[in-house]
Ligand binder design. Structure first.
Ligand code: FRU
Length: 493
């Protein structure tokens, strides 16, 4: 077979040096050239954080999946490494799909991924087979395990589909290795299967950790499962979701199940269900446990539905969210940008108790690469506002709008005029918890994104924007009036 990995690495060497940093996001991971989707293999290896991703180097569209590779010490500055995996074996000839990574006790880095193989039948129908495979390496070069695949059709629970069997997430606990893998059981919806192994190389089926029963979408992709503040959390990305109120939007969505892990039955007893992110662009999150005990999540900041809406001027497509620290508070998942982002804060400009009514600019409050917190409250208890509106990435032509309406406990983000020349989903209404005295909005802006963290991370919402950087005004308005505090830092990355 052709050396597809070398080919990808040669391509990177040839084209990456000519990509100007001026067109890249400043601190969000992208490929530089080509397409990326899901984060993969987010792990600590030899004291550094490694991140891999679904990757097709040759075009800004999905193609036979490789694994791209970056690493970091602070989640903000990422070093680009050569591609790590290419589809070059019979069992992964049509793609090295999503997976995870772990450092082995002997110092090797183990990748666990889904090998995808398409078989065309004589009647023209293509059958896809997905199996779980391994590769071991040293943080730079990886070799596929000669015993691949390590999990296949024979290892599925009754009625499980060998076509939709993907995205293994490995971890070590109780003296053994564990992996959760997405599957489609006989009812056609999703389930998360749990497998175990003594040595990370020989695996067997353990249990069905959780099932969809056609309640939250269908196939459940990209599971992650971990303990957090005395609860267990299962993150997954359902396909074919139907909308449920404002909590879940249709299509490829995200789901967080919080509950108690029954270690006897090896089953998650779910107690709370919520979306992970309420924006337009968030999918397939994956977490890492940091040496200082933080659970940090990163996701593909993109929706599948708008993934053909590329900008012709850019040689890359797809980016990751800012890594986020997770907490469970009162049964809900909270997320805040990693604390390392605070070290990037430059000049601070702040205002307290400014009464906002008609459209207002505040001196020094502008910019496109920033970390800004706006706290909004009524002028007085007897004088609530009907709406509060913040406009950013603004010039005569462009604007991204964040609007709070206390009456229906929603925040609306509208990116209809944010540089997209496409008719895509541009507006999201985000449900927020009622009965608060004030609303806190933390806004993280980079070249091509807006990430919004509401009320200390009780809700998060991610949006891709393609507004030119010269559109940097920020304005505030309210009906009839609201009181605000603003604290803004330019991010000096
Ligand atoms: C999710 C996903 C995964 C799969 C990968 C393929 O976005 O569909 O289930 O492994 O993308 O690129």
């Amino acid at each position: 077979m052709k050396d597809h990995l070398q080919e990808a690495r040669d391509f990177e060497q040839k084209y990456l040096p000519s990509v100007s940093p001026e067109i890249l996001p400043r601190f969000h991971v992208t490929a530089g050239v080509g397409w990326i989707n899901d984060p993969n293999g987010f792990s600590v290896y030899k004291g550094e954080y490694h991140l891999f991703f679904q990757y097709y180097p040759y075009a800004t569209k999905w193609g036979p999946m490789h694994w791209g590779h970056v690493k970091t010490r602070d989640f903000i500055h990422w070093e680009r490494l050569p591609a790590a995996l290419a589809p070059d074996e019979k069992y992964d000839a049509d793609g090295c799909f999503s997976g995870s990574a772990i450092e082995l006790p002997d110092g090797r880095h183990l990748l666990m991924y889904t090998g995808t193989r398409n078989v065309r039948r004589t009647n023209g129908v293509v059958n896809t087979y997905q199996t779980q495979c391994l590769a071991v390496g040293d943080g730079l070069n990886y070799h596929k395990y000669e015993g691949n695949p390590v999990l296949g059709a024979a290892d599925l629970s009754e009625g499980g589909s060998p076509t939709d069997f993907r995205d293994p997430r490995i971890w070590y606990d109780e003296g053994r290795y564990w992996a959760v893998v997405g599957n489609r059981p006989a009812d056609g919806s999703g389930s998360i299967l749990l497998f175990e192994s003594e040595d990370a190389f020989h695996w067997h089926f353990c249990s069905v950790l959780a099932s969809c029963h056609n309640q939250y979408g269908r196939m459940w992709e990209c599971p992650d499962f971990f303990e957090l503040e005395e609860k267990h959390v299962l993150l997954t990305s359902p396909q074919d979701m139907t909308a449920i109120g404002l909590e879940f939007h249709p299509g490829n969505s995200t789901l967080c199940l919080i509950g108690t892990y029954d270690r006897e039955a090896r089953h998650l007893m779910r107690e709370n269900v919520q979306a992970i992110d309420y924006g337009t662009d968030f999918y397939a999150p994956q977490t890492v446990l940091t040496p200082d005990g933080r659970r940090v999540m990163i996701a593909w900041m993109q929706s599948w539905e708008s993934s053909s809406c590329t900008l012709k001027s850019l040689p890359f497509f797809g980016q990751m969210t800012v890594p986020r620290e997770l907490h469970v508070i009162n049964g809900r998942l909270y997320q805040t940008p990693v604390r390392e982002l605070l070290d990037q804060r430059g000049v601070r400009i702040h205002y307290n108790n400014v009464l906002i009514s008609g459209e207002t600019n505040l001196q020094g409050i502008r910019g496109r690469c920033l970390d800004m917190t706006v706290t909004v409250r009524p002028q007085s208890r007897t004088n609530p506002y009907r709406y509060f509106r913040l406009q950013l990435a603004k010039d005569g032509e462009h604007v991204t709008v964040i609007r709070h309406k206390p009456e229906n406990n929603t925040i609306r983000v509208d990116r209809s005029r944010s540089g997209f020349p496409h008719d895509i989903v541009n507006v999201r209404d985000i449900p927020i918890s009622p009965g608060r005295d004030e609303l806190k909005l933390r806004i993280i802006l980079d070249r091509y994104s807006l990430e919004l963290f509401i009320n200390d991370g009780e809700q998060a919402a991610s949006f891709v924007i393609y507004t030119p950087e010269s559109a940097s005004s920020i304005t505030f308005s309210a009906d009839d009036a609201a009181m605000i505090d603003v604290e803004k830092y330019d991010l000096e990355v």
